[in-house]
Design a protein around this ligand. Structure first.
Ligand code: NAD
Length: 795
């Protein structure tokens, strides 16, 4: 096997994108050198240094933990050009100017390693034209690599070849971008703005134009074109503000400069209001004003008629909101037939999107699937245009679009291409593949080996992929859990309860899974197909018991949960928790009591019980105590356990939640031996492989040992600090009471320092304090507040 090694990446340009791409590379453990121009004054790396500092404050956070900014090596083209020779991949992300990019390429070409892949992050300049200045020897290794902003969070990366890009280069890059960076790749043609920005920006322009036609204000349009339409919650105008109106103008200009022959050319005109805002320097969020302006707590909207900002908050009509909840065929018919201006507006923008996608499919994308994925991954829509069209009824919708084109109601008079009517009957997506207008046939998804790692690869409507919860062989199922296997070797337990809250049904499923795994499988993976591991224990389910018999009545329930955790920890087969999204409270404990954790980069772990006036009592505090003893033991036989307890105690007492897998590890909820997986769709594969490797390596459950606790003196030390915090007004009296109880458990209660205890002993302490807190009116106030409003009560 010829292995594509990326030992180091150079990112050229420390602007908005370059700096964040460098940050993401650090997140996924790829060494990176970030270059920019030499600063005119002060240290030559000044520009890069400033950008790297900026990464620590940027929201949403580009780095898993801010201190990792130090891992980005800083460089400038004057002093460090030779260091490019260390890099296997060079990503250029300097300002969007063809002449500047060409200058830079000429400058760097002699310094590049002979094998290095060079790729531009341009949003829409011609990759082929950019390649033209490169020496012939580099051209076969040059291509486009288009990340979306913010690169840590947006899934899409478009890869673009030139006619000279060598065979295999994009395959190698696609595998690296997918597995190592965790991004989802679409291959785009070298056409202006590639796929997502081409279709997405044309869609935003169409929306702005139709909003004017139907006389709708921006707030109403955003309410209509956000979540209700299955698109990003910021809608259309707010998204433009977030992106930056200047950036948007840039992308529009690329369309205007390069697409004179496009039948939609007229619709690429800069909307007058956008020009007005640009002229006024109102560039959106970054300048504090754009289509919207925040004044104090109020969000005002721009009123084009008066040129003033006026109160916003307009919403969709109730009737239209109801239509949008209907199934696609009914929804589109109601929108199409309605006389309500908001409904007519929605039909118009959907029609425009179908029309645009169909007319351009042959030129910009290899298949309809690539357009649909580009819109999902690059613009955060739940479906792409072709999927919705197909789901709503291909022929009927095509007929409506045709009627509107013929009647002059569409944005362009270009007819729908003949294949819409003559080609694929029923739609563009089928189980065997998606329609390629360029090749006049259905093309199957990529068969690159990297996709074998995605056991349930994302698929489009119409591909009829088997959903994970219907796949494999089912061996047990109740209302809240499914236990199944794909290969007969590794068992999978999937929590199906709402938010994957841990209820008696979930515990039953997990225990059954452990039992079955011990009987006939190599091990167990706890994994669910959606982006929540578990939001915690289901408090609501315990309410009836509590009402009847108070805190004491709950004791047996808590014990059952703790016993389940211990059953998992001491199972005779490895149990691997495959985490993604939130793993809170009992969900976090479930992960901690598994033999190993495999966590997607976007995993958010923590104990949040304090928020509802409780403490972790599914073994969470027993875990903190045990880990402290283990770490102290590893450091030095006589180490002070309290030192190793502080982080675990603070995280639990302050309900800290990791904002990434990396931060979750810093808080102590993942071990260094756990695995962090960049791509969410590779999670199940990696977890399954871990189980197999552990089983093959002769894995045995850990020994049930006793371990030392910090004891009563440590409790007194912690309490003294808590008193200061309470008296200083930093924590409430009830926070103090809960924190003191947490300290009691993690230090092992009223015993001498160094006393040996076991997990059951600590869990008994957890239960005792948990049930006492349940009977406390302040805790009850917190629980009721949370159940009623979803927000923590601070009392
Ligand atoms: P930016 O303006 O934030 O940063 C550009 C960087 O280029 C700056 O650090 C600047 O010092 C450097 N630079 C300027 N002139 C230079 C020159 N002559 N030689 C070398 N370096 C020079 O830009 P950005 O938004 O990060 O965009 C960078 C690239 O990424 C562009 O090609 C853009 O189209 C693309 N892109 C941007 C976004 C986005 O949302 N901003 C998204 C995807 C792709």
């Amino acid at each position: 096997m010829n292995r594509f090694n990326v030992r180091k990446v150079a990112v050229l340009g420390a602007g908005v994108m370059g700096a964040q791409i460098a940050a993401h590379l650090v997140n996924v453990k790829v060494p990176v050198i970030l270059f920019d121009l030499p600063a005119k004054d002060g240290p030559k790396n000044g520009i890069v240094t400033k950008a790297v500092e900026g990464l620590k404050k940027l929201k949403p956070a580009p780095l898993g933990v801010p201190e990792d900014a130090a891992l980005i090596e800083q460089a400038n083209y004057e002093e460090h050009l030779a260091r490019l020779g260390e890099c296997d991949l060079v990503i250029e992300a300097i300002a969007e100017r063809m002449d500047w990019k060409l200058d830079l390429y000429t400058k760097i070409a002699p310094a590049l390693a002979a094998h290095a892949i060079v790729a531009s992050n341009t949003s829409g300049l011609s990759i082929t034209k950019l390649a033209a200045v490169l020496p012939e020897s580099i051209r076969p290794r040059f291509c486009g690599i288009h990340f979306f902003n913010p690169p840590r969070y947006m899934a899409l990366v478009e890869l673009i070849a030139t006619p000279d890009t060598g065979p295999g280069i994009l395959d190698e890059l696609e595998a690296f971008v997918t597995t190592a960076l965790g991004k989802s790749v679409v291959r785009a043609q070298d056409t202006p703005n590639f796929i997502a920005n081409r279709v997405g920006i044309a869609g935003m322009l169409a929306t702005m134009k139709e909003a004017e036609t139907y006389g709708l204000s921006y707030d109403v349009v955003d309410d209509l074109t956000g979540k209700k339409l299955g698109r990003a919650s910021s809608g259309t105008f707010r998204t433009a503000d977030v992106v930056g109106l200047d950036t948007m103008a840039h992308v529009i200009k690329t369309l205007q400069d390069n697409l004179h022959e496009d039948p939609f050319f007229a619709s690429y005109a800069t909307p007058p209001v956008l020009q007005k805002l640009l002229d006024a320097g109102a560039l959106g969020q970054k300048t504090g004003a754009g289509f919207y302006k925040k004044v104090g707590k109020d969000i005002l909207r721009f009123d084009p008629a008066s040129g003033e900002y006026v109160p916003g908050g307009g919403k969709a009509d109730e009737i239209v909101a109801r239509i949008l909840k209907k199934p696609p065929a009914e929804r589109l018919k109601l929108l199409h037939d309605s006389k309500n201006p908001q409904a007519q507006f929605l039909w118009a923008i959907l029609r425009d999107s179908f029309h645009y996608a169909a007319v351009h499919l042959a030129d910009i994308a290899d298949s309809a699937r690539d357009i649909d994925f580009a819109m999902r991954w690059g613009f955060g829509t739940s479906q792409g245009p072709f999927e919705l069209w197909q789901q709503a009824g291909w022929a009927q919708v095509a007929q409506w679009v045709k009627e509107d084109i013929d009647a002059g109601r569409a944005l362009s008079s270009a007819p729908l291409p003949p294949w819409v009517f003559e080609g694929p009957s029923g739609g563009v997506h089928r189980p065997e593949g998606s329609w390629s207008a360029a090749h006049a046939r259905f093309v199957a998804p990529s068969t690159l080996p990297v996709y074998r790692r995605q056991l349930f690869r994302e698929s489009v409507y119409g591909a009829d992929a088997t959903p994970p919860l219907k796949a494999g062989t089912e061996v047990f199922k109740n209302d809240e859990a499914r236990v199944w296997s794909l290969d007969g070797a590794v068992l999978i337990a999937s929590i199906t309860a709402k938010l994957h809250l841990i209820s008696p049904g979930v515990v039953e499923g997990l225990l059954k899974a452990v039992e079955l795994a011990e009987q006939s499988y190599q091990g167990l993976v706890i994994w669910s197909p959606d982006d929540v591991f578990s939001a915690g224990a289901n408090l609501e389910a315990l309410m009836p018991v509590f009402m009847k018999s108070g805190g004491k009545g709950i004791l047996p329930e808590v014990k059952k949960l703790q016993d389940a955790m211990l059953r998992i920890r001491y199972a005779q087969v490895p149990v691997v928790a495959a985490l993604r999204g939130i793993a809170l409270g009992g969900g976090c404990e479930l992960a901690l009591y598994s033999s190993k954790r495999v966590a997607a980069m976007e995993s958010y772990m923590g104990f949040v019980e304090v928020g509802v006036g409780l403490l972790p009592a599914g073994g969470g505090l027993a875990y903190v105590a045990r880990r402290a003893a283990e770490m102290a033991g590893a450091a030095n036989a006589n180490a002070d356990i309290l030192k190793f307890l502080t982080d675990g105690f603070t995280s639990a007492a302050m309900a800290k939640v990791g904002t990434s897998a990396i931060e979750s590890r810093k808080l102590g909820y993942l071990l260094w031996s756990d695995v962090i997986v960049p791509h969410k769709d590779e999670l199940l594969h990696v977890a399954t492989q871990q189980v197999k490797a552990m089983a093959e390596s002769g894995w045995r459950a850990p020994a049930r040992t006793r371990f030392a606790v910090a004891g009563r003196n440590a409790i007194a030390t912690i309490k003294a600090q808590l008193v200061n915090m309470r008296d200083g007004g930093f924590i409430s009296a009830h926070d103090f009471a809960i924190s003191a109880l947490i300290a009691d458990v993690v230090c092992g209660g009223d015993v001498d320092a160094g006393s040996l205890v076991n997990e059951e002993y600590l869990m008994a302490l957890e239960r005792k304090h948990f049930c006492a807190l349940l009977d406390d009116p302040k805790t009850q106030e917190r629980i009721m507040g949370m159940l009623q409003t979803g927000k923590p009560v601070r009392n």
